[in-house]
Design a protein around this ligand. Sequence first.
Ligand SMILES: Cc1ncc(C[n+]2csc(CCOP(=O)(O)OP(=O)(O)O)c2C)c(N)n1
Ligand SMILES: [Mg+2]
Length: 434
Amino acid sequence: MNDNIVLIGFMGSGKTTFGKWISRKYGYSFCDTDEYIEKKEKTTINDIFASKGEAAFRDMETETVKEFADSLKKCVVSVGGGVIASDASEELKKFVRKIDAPVCDTLMGKGAFDGSDPHYTGMLGMHGTKTSNFGVSECDLLITIGARFSDRVTGNTKKFAKNAKILQFDVDAAEINKNIHTDASVIGDALEILKRVNAKLEQLDHADWLAHLKEYEEKFPMKYRTDVLNGPYIMEKIYEITNGDAIISTDVGQHQMWAAQHYKYKKPRTLLTSGGLGTMGYGLGASIGAKVGCKDKVVINIAGDGCFRMNMNEIATATRYNIPIIEIVFNNHVLGMVRQWQDLFYGKRYSATVLDDQVDFVKVSEGMGAKAYRVADIESFERALKEAIELNIPCVIECDICKDDKVFPMVAPGAPISEAFDRDDLNKKQAESK
Ligand SMILES: Cc1ncc(C[n+]2csc(CCOP(=O)(O)OP(=O)(O)O)c2C)c(N)n1
Ligand SMILES: [Mg+2]
C-alpha cells in the first residue's frame, strides 16, 4: 500500500467520489479539501516541499496523471509562469510530445512552451485565441502547470472547462482549489513533477483531437489589417525582422496584449511583462535591465503612449549609460485598453481616456539624447526598426496608430471563455440588431 503520500487535493461532491475511486485504485491516502486545509494550517509549504528533488509528492501521484491521460481522449495542457520559474521548459516539451496534446499558455507563461511549435494553440483567456478557449471549453482533461487560474484566464469560473477533469501541478498549495476546483493536484516544483511524470508516461496519440483544434485554427486565425499601420502588424514585423530572437518587454494595455498575441515567444524569459500587477511604466526599466544582462540580444520595449508618460525619463538612463534598448511607442493617443471597455461595455462614454495633449515624443526623446523616429506606415516602421538595430544606440520609434483599434478576440468580463468574440462576430451582431 502506498500510504506515504503527503497531499493530493480533491474537491466537490462528484469529484470527491472520483477522488476516492482513484485513491482506492492506487491505494494511497485520500485527502479531501477540509482535511487538506486543516493539515495545511499545521504545515508550512517548506515542510511539505522540503527541498528540490525531495518533493512532497510520491510516484503514485504520477500514476494519477498516467491514469487520467490514458483514459481521457481530449487533453489540453495549459502552462503559466511557474514553468519558467522552475526552468522546466525542456521537460515540458518532452511531456507534450509524450501526451501528444495541444498547449496553450497564460501571459506569464509565454515562452515556457515554444510559440512556433505545431502543438501550440495560443494564449488562453480574455484575449486568448478562439482555438485555445474553445479547446479548453471542450476538453475532457485539462492539465494546468504553474498557473493560478486568474480571472483573465478563466472568465466565468462556473463555466470554465466544465467538461473536463482538471489536474493542477503547482508549487504553492494555496493555489489549489482557490479559483477553480481541481479534480487532482500535485504540489511541487514543476521540473521535478514533469520529470517523474515523463518517466511513467507512455507515448499517447491524440491525433483526432489535435486535428479538431487545427480546424479551429484555420477557421479562426488571428486576423489583422495589412493596409494600415496597427499593433498586430507591428508585432508580426518585429518577429520577422528579429527572427523571433529578441527580448520583448511591455507596459500595460492594448499594446501589451498585441505583444502577447502576435509575437511567437520561442524561449522562456523572452517576454518581460508585469502580468496581473498591471504596472503601467514597467517595460522601459525592464528593457534596460534585460539589455544590461543580455548585451548580445536585441531588446525592445513595447509601450503605450499612456505608459510612456509614466516614466519616459528612463530614456535618459539608457542614453547616460549607452544602453541600446529600442522603445517602440504605440501611440493611439488614448488610454486604449480602458477606452476599449468604455466602447464595448459602457456605451462609448469616454471618461478620462482621451489624452489629446501636445507632447512631442520624438522631441522629448531627442532631448534626452536618443535617436527618435515617428512612423505612420509599415514600410517606414520596417526601415526605422532595421536602422535602430543597426545603430545599436538607445532609440525610440513612435508609431501612429488608430485610437479605435481593438484587441480581439475578447471574452467579455464575467462571460465564459467559450463566448470569445472578434471583430467579425461584433459586426454580425450589430447588423442583426439593426
Ligand atoms: C499605474 C496604472 N494606472 C492605471 C492602470 C489601468 N490601466 C490599464 S491599461 C491602461 C491604459 C494604458 O494606456 P496606454 O499606455 O496608452 O496603452 P494602450 O492601451 O493605449 O495600448 C490603464 C489606464 C494601470 N494598469 N496602471
Ligand atoms: Mg494608448
